[in-house]
Design a protein around this ligand. Structure first.
Ligand code: URA
Length: 210
């Protein structure tokens, strides 16, 4: 059975993540590292994609060779930080379809509110990978997965760079059928809802907005 949480402990992922965590790492370096790490994480999150075979000819002979089966997968970026993971993944899976989910937090109710939602057609027939670098409280991730399920998705994975125990527990409660792949499970959330030790605000660090 697929695990609910997979921490990718590959040495390259761990080394690059440490560089990203350092506060002195520049925006340009952070962005490049995120691109590299996203490709290594993509390798893990796509591990169970179904294969079929195709008859091809090598220069030597014919063979039945493995190719991805079924509909093209859908990558769904949870705005805005999800775009940092999306770019690298698209280099590896260039034919993937792409969707976007925009959510903001209502400061009175503290509930996530949708401001943008656009996903590829026939979502129910595609493997869907939702991407957001930080699984913190889990509120926006749970809301994004709710929306994807309402749009018909049935086979969803969630990919993040860092996860908090609180966020993982929230996702497991709301969406036990959605496996999570991450580079690290950090200690906890602080009072502002930031992951610690974490890496700060992922959006600000990749876009240089602070
Ligand atoms: N979002 C971030 O960008 N960083 C955190 O630590 C938590 C949520």
């Amino acid at each position: 059975m697929t695990q609910h949480l997979t921490v990718v402990d590959h040495p390259l992922v761990q080394h690059k993540l440490t560089l990203m965590r350092k506060k002195e790492t520049s925006t340009a370096e952070f962005r490049q590292l995120l691109r590299e790490v996203s490709q290594l994480l993509a390798y893990e999150v796509t591990r169970d994609l179904p294969l079929t075979s195709q008859l091809i000819e090598t220069p030597m002979q014919e063979m039945d060779a493995p190719v991805l089966a079924g509909h093209k997968l859908a990558l769904v970026s949870i705005l805005r930080a999800g775009n940092g993971l999306l770019d690298g993944m698209l280099e590896l899976i260039p034919s993937a379809r792409v969707g976007f989910v925009g959510l903001y937090r209502d400061e009175e109710t503290l509930e996530p509110v949708q401001y943008y939602f656009k996903v590829p057609p026939q979502l129910g027939k595609r493997p869907v990978i939702a991407v957001d670098p930080m699984l913190a409280t889990g509120n926006s991730s749970v809301a994004a997965i709710d929306l994807l399920k309402q749009a018909g998705a049935t086979n969803i994975h969630f990919l993040c760079l860092l996860a908090s125990p609180e966020g993982v527990a929230r996702m497991k409660e709301a969406h036990p059928d959605v496996p999570i792949v991450t580079a690290a499970l950090d200690d906890c959330l602080n009072e502002q809802g930031y992951i610690v030790p974490g890496l700060g605000d992922a959006g600000d660090r990749m876009f240089g907005t602070k």
